[in-house]
Design a protein. Structure first.
Length: 243
């Protein structure tokens, strides 16, 4: 994992995402709905719901919207039934791509995702065709733009909390955990006074794919097309990030 900054990729999309607040709120709403439907409304026992709410609040989603989607999921309000679907395939230059979607219409979403791949020089594959190239990990970012975070102290605190790896990239510390240790590491680091910039259980590529400039541009267009789809929640890929 060393030398490849997921945080850099997150930062590069923030400005574009800020211009799509409506779509972002819709994605948060679906995440909250699904987490509450699967695990209930109790935040003390439902880590997925707590994480979904924290992310929604970080994007300034109103509390009324959050509560409404929890109530829909627990049966207190009528609402659509969403299903989680994962698509796997290859983008331009053989870049491995995994797309997580949350939809109330599987046929529509499948058609739109397939079209996005085909239009941008990629193709969808069978289930399992690329997922073996990724590891599911807890991922935590602690910003160090002010230079005040002591690396040795943070490393010790993170490892004691249960983290398995930590690295410094682009003015931030990236901390990796096993999924089952993720929430405990987040809690302990927060209690120790560290400001957590971002945290999630996500997919980390085992290796990265370097492609031509032309294919990199096509891959970026594919990512942007998928991000514009309101049903798409997350996109994971192993494209080698460059400046």
């Amino acid at each position: 994992m060393a030398g490849h900054s997921k945080w850099k990729n997150i930062q590069s999309r923030k400005n574009a995402q800020d211009a799509k607040k409506g779509k972002i709120f819709m994605r948060h709403a679906k995440n909250i709905y699904t987490a509450a439907k699967l695990g209930g409304a109790d935040l003390t026992t439902n880590n997925a719901l707590r994480t979904a709410i924290d992310k929604a609040k970080a994007d300034n989603m109103p509390n009324d919207n959050i509560e409404r989607n929890i109530k829909k999921a627990t049966g207190d309000l009528d609402g659509a039934n969403y299903e989680e679907i994962t698509y796997e395939g290859y983008g331009p230059g053989g870049v491995a791509v995994i797309v997580h979607a949350l939809t109330d219409n599987k046929n529509r979403t499948a058609s739109e995702v397939r079209h996005a791949f085909k239009k941008n020089g990629g193709n969808l594959g069978e289930t399992g065709s690329v997922s073996f190239m990724f590891d599911r990990k807890g991922y935590i970012v602690i910003s160090n733009e002010d230079g005040k975070t002591d690396e040795d102290e943070l490393t010790l605190d993170a490892l004691e909390a249960g983290a398995e790896d930590i690295q410094m990239e682009d003015g931030a510390y990236e901390i990796f955990t096993e999924p089952e240790n993720f929430q405990e590491v987040v809690n302990q680091l927060s209690e120790s006074g560290y400001h957590i910039e971002d945290s999630e259980v996500t997919l980390i590529p085992q290796t990265y794919n370097s492609v031509s400039e032309e294919d990199a541009e096509k891959m970026q267009t594919l990512i942007e097309t998928l991000e514009d789809n309101e049903d798409v929640q997350d996109i994971h890929h192993n494209l080698e990030e460059t400046d």
